[in-house]
Design a protein around this ligand. Structure first.
Ligand code: PLP
Length: 347
C-alpha cells in the first residue's frame, strides 16, 4: 500500500464541542482504482477533492454503493473497529447486486486499519464520540452509455462524530411513498436508495417529525425500517423486529442486538409486523417501547409514532430494554467490558 502523509494535521482546527454529523473530515483518505479488470494498489493520501470528468458513469446512472461504520478509542487508547468483516460482507452483497466488482479483503480491511491507524488522533475518547468511517465505491469510467462502468473507484474517508439523535424521536408511518420494493435494491446500501428517500422525508420534517417509518411497497401495511435505522418494538416482554427481506437493509447493529438480547435472556422475534398490530398494541397498552438501531444513531428511543393524523406517545421508558442493550453494546464497542463474541478489531 502506498502511503503519502500530510505535512500538517488539521486536527487542532476542529471544534469537538460542536461537531455536526459528517461534515468534518480527517487528514487522510484511501483510494483504490479498479481498471483493466483488476484492483490496483491502494493508496493513502491527504484528504482532498477527487478529479472527476463530467462523463463519470456514477454521476449519470448512480452505480454507487457505500458503507457506514465506526472506530472507537478505549480507555487504554486502543483504537477499535466494530465488526468490519460484516461491512465487507455487506458491501460485497451490495456490489454484486449493483454490478460492481467485489472489493478484496486486503483492500477493505487492511486499508481500513492502516487509514484509521494513521488518523488515530482523530478518534476522540470522550463519551458518545467516535470516528465515523465511510467506505464507498462508484463507477468511474468516462462513458455515458447506459450500461455498467468498466472502471470503479473505491474510497474510504473518515469523520469525527458524536451521537446523532440524543433525544427520543418522533416518527411518521409513510403511507404513500416507498423506500424499496421486492426484487429491488433495498437490502443494499445503493446511493440511490437514499436519494429517493430525501423528498418524502423532507415532507415529514416540514410537519415536525424526525423520521419516516417505511412500510412495504405493495399495500403499505407492514413495517420495514426507519430512516437509516432498523426498527424494534417491545410488546409486553417480547422484543420484535421485522424479519429481513430484500427490501430491508440488514443492519449490523440489528444483528448485534439479536445476539445481545439472547445473551440477556430477552425474548426476541423476527417476523412480519403490521401497522394495525402496533396501533392495537398501543391501544391495549402492551406496546411498551420502540427504538431504532443503526451505526450512526446506535440505539435511539422513539417518543411517538404517528399514523392517520393520530400521534401515539409511547409510555415512559425508564429501565427500558433500549437502555440496557445500548449500554452493553457501547461498552463492548469501546472496550470497557469483555468482548465475548470477538466483535472488536484493534487497528
Ligand atoms: C436504510 C438503513 N437501514 C438500517 C441501517 C442500520 O444498519 P447498521 O446497523 O449496519 O448501521 C442503515 C445504516 O446503515 C440504513 O442506511
Amino acid at each position: 500500500m502506498k502511503i503519502n502523509k500530510i505535512n500538517k494535521s488539521r486536527l487542532e482546527t476542529v471544534d469537538f464541542d460542536n461537531l455536526s454529523f459528517g461534515s468534518i473530515f480527517s487528514d487522510h483518505m484511501l483510494i483504490c482504482e479498479f481498471k483493466n479488470c483488476k484492483w490496483n494498489e491502494p493508496e493513502i493520501k491527504p484528504y482532498g477533492p477527487l478529479k472527476l470528468s463530467p462523463g463519470t458513469q456514477a454521476l449519470h446512472y448512480g452505480q454507487s454503493i457505500f458503507e457506514g461504520m465506526k472506530a472507537f478509542k478505549s480507555k487504554k487508547d486502543n483504537v477499535l473497529l466494530f465488526r468490519p468483516d460484516k461491512n465487507l460482507e455487506r458491501i460485497n452483497n451490495s456490489a454484486k447486486r449493483l454490478s460492481i466488482p467485489q472489493i478484496p479483503k486486503d483492500v477493505f480491511i487492511d486499508g481500513l486499519k492502516a487509514l484509521v491507524r494513521i488518523d488515530s488522533d482523530w478518534v476522540s475518547k470522550r463519551d458518545g464520540y467516535s470516528l465515523y468511517i465511510r467506505p464507498f465505491v462508484f463507477g468511474s469510467s468516462e462513458c455515458i452509455k447506459a450500461n455498467s462502468s468498466n472502471d470503479f473507484t473505491f474510497v474510504i474517508i473518515t469523520s469525527p462524530t458524536m451521537n446523532y439523535y440524543s433525544d427520543p424521536i418522533d416518527i411518521l408511518i409513510e403511507q404513500k411513498f416507498t423506500r424499496a420494493m421486492k426484487g429491488g435494491v433495498g437490502f443494499t446500501k445503493a446511493s440511490g436508495n437514499y436519494a429517493a428517500s430525501f423528498y418524502p422525508t423532507s415532507l415529514a420534517e416540514e410537519k415536525g417529525y424526525t423520521q419516516l417509518l417505511w412500510t412495504d411497497g405493495i399495500n403499505h401495511e407492514n413495517i420495514e425500517e426507519s430512516g437509516t435505522m432498523n426498527i424494534w418494538f417491545r410488546i409486553k416482554d417480547k422484543l420484535v423486529t421485522p424479519e429481513l427481506t430484500d427490501s430491508i437493509l440488514p443492519g449490523i447493529t440489528r444483528n448485534s442486538i439479536l445476539t445481545l438480547a439472547s445473551e440477556m435472556n430477552l425474548k426476541v422475534e423476527e417476523r412480519t409486523i403490521s401497522i394495525s398490530e402496533i396501533i392495537n398494541s398501543f391501544k391495549n397498552k402492551t406496546l411498551l417501547e420502540a427504538f431504532g438501531s443503526g451505526t450512526a444513531v446506535v440505539l435511539s428511543k422513539i417518543r411517538s409514532i404517528s399514523y392517520n393524523e393520530e400521534k401515539y406517545y409511547l409510555p415512559n421508558q425508564e429501565g427500558s430494554y433500549c437502555d440496557k442493550i445500548k449500554t452493553k453494546l457501547v461498552s463492548i464497542q469501546r472496550g470497557d467490558i469483555e468482548d465475548t463474541n470477538n466483535w472488536t478489531v484493534s487497528v
